[in-house]
Design a protein. Structure first.
Length: 247
C-alpha cells in the first residue's frame, strides 16, 4: 500500500488514532468524527468509510473490553438487534443519499435529543433502543461517523460517566463490526489496508488506556457538561457543513 511508504504520514495517522481514542475515552464522544476528518484528507474516497470503520472497531472494541463491567447489556442487546436490520437494509442501497441532506437531518436531530424537551422518563424503551440501532447503523454506512447520533441516544439513558462511556463503546463496536461485514460483502479489499489499520488500532489502544485514566479523574457533573457540549459542537459542525451547500 502506497501510504506505508510515507513513514511521516503513517506516524501522523498512528498518533491521530491515539489522540482521538484518548478524546473519546476521556470525554465520551468526539474522537471518531475527528479521525474521519483527518483520514478524509489522505485516503481515497472509496477507502475512507470502511478503513475508518475498522480502525474505530478496534478502538471502541478495546474500550468496551476495558470497561465491560459498566456496560448496560440490555441496551446493547436491543441496539444490536436493530443494528442488524439497519445493516441488512443498507446492503441493498445502491444510490447514496445526498450527504448534505443526511448531515442536516442528523445535526438537527442530535440538537433535539440533547436540548429538546424531555419526556416524563428520559429512558429509551426497548423499542426505542431497537430503532436507534437500526437507524444509526443504516446512516453510518453512508456518512461514516454516526457517533454523535448514537451518543445522543446513550445520553438519554442518564447513565453515570463510566456507564456512558462503556455502553457507547459497546454499541459503536457492534455498529462498526456490521459496517465491516457489509463492505466486505460488497467487495472492499480490507486486506490491502490491514498493515496501516493494525498500527492505528495499536495507537488507539494506548490512547484509550490514557483516556480512561483521565475519565476516572473527571467529576460526574463536569463530565455531563463536557459530554453535552461536545455533542452539541459536533452537531453544529455537521449543520454548518450541510448549510454550506445551500449558501
Amino acid at each position: 500500500m502506497p501510504l506505508l511508504e510515507n513513514i511521516d504520514l503513517v506516524l501522523l495517522l498512528i498518533v491521530s488514532a491515539a489522540g482521538t481514542s484518548f478524546v473519546t475515552a476521556a470525554m465520551g464522544i468526539g474522537g471518531g468524527v475527528m479521525l474521519l476528518a483527518i483520514l478524509a484528507s489522505v485516503l481515497p474516497a472509496a477507502a475512507l468509510i470502511p478503513v475508518h470503520g475498522l480502525v474505530q472497531l478496534g478502538s471502541n472494541g478495546n474500550r468496551a473490553i476495558m470497561t465491560r463491567q459498566h456496560i448496560d447489556w440490555c441496551m446493547v442487546k436491543s441496539f444490536s438487534a436493530g443494528a442488524l436490520l439497519g445493516a441488512f437494509a443498507a446492503s441493498f442501497v445502491v444510490i447514496q443519499l445526498p450527504l448534505e441532506l443526511i448531515q442536516l437531518c442528523v445535526a438537527l436531530f442530535i440538537l433535539y435529543l440533547v436540548w429538546g424537551p424531555k419526556p416524563g422518563s428520559a429512558q429509551l424503551s426497548e423499542k426505542g433502543q431497537f430503532l436507534a440501532g437500526g437507524g444509526t447503523t443504516f446512516i453510518s454506512m453512508f456518512v461514516g461517523a454516526s457517533g454523535p447520533l448514537v451518543a445522543g441516544f446513550v445520553h438519554r439513558q442518564s447513565y453515570d460517566k463510566e456507564a456512558t462511556t462503556a455502553t457507547f463503546a459497546a454499541c459503536m463496536s457492534v455498529q462498526h463490526l456490521l459496517k465491516m461485514l457489509v463492505f466486505s460483502l460488497v467487495g472492499f479489499a480490507f486486506w490491502q489496508w490491514l498493515p496501516l489499520i493494525i498500527l492505528m488500532i495499536l495507537g488507539g489502544v494506548a490512547g484509550t488506556w490514557l483516556g480512561l485514566k483521565m475519565l476516572n479523574r473527571i467529576p460526574a457533573e463536569k463530565f455531563r457538561l463536557i459530554f453535552k457540549t461536545l455533542v452539541t459542537l459536533l452537531a453544529l459542525r455537521l449543520l454548518w457543513q450541510a448549510l454550506q451547500t445551500y449558501l
